[in-house]
Write a new protein. Structure first.
Length: 95
């Protein structure tokens, strides 16, 4: 540990990629397992355990997949718009 990293707090050390990878390597497998288990439970509740709608019947379960996918696509378009705007303003400033 160098003198500079000794002066940083624990949060500052996590900003260093080498320190972060060393710390996070132990968390990847347990967090991946917890994520897979919770995803499977949520999928089971959404597709098999949810009650039928009195008007739409079984088709209401499409919304459990369709609506989050639509929100995620809107988020992606928003991020791309902000990135494109930032790139354009950066390019105009450097010209």
């Amino acid at each position: 540990m160098t003198d500079e990293t000794a002066r940083m707090g624990w949060f500052g050390r996590l900003a260093h990629p080498g320190q972060f990878l060393q710390w996070s390597r132990h968390w990847v497998l347990p967090l991946a397992a917890v994520t897979a288990i919770l995803f499977a439970i949520g999928l089971w509740f959404a597709l098999f355990n949810s009650p039928e709608d009195y008007q739409m019947g079984q088709t209401v379960r499409i919304m459990y997949v369709h609506v989050p996918s639509a929100w995620l696509s809107e988020l992606c378009y928003g991020v791309m718009t902000i990135a494109a705007f930032g790139t354009c303003t950066y390019m105009m400033r450097t010209v």
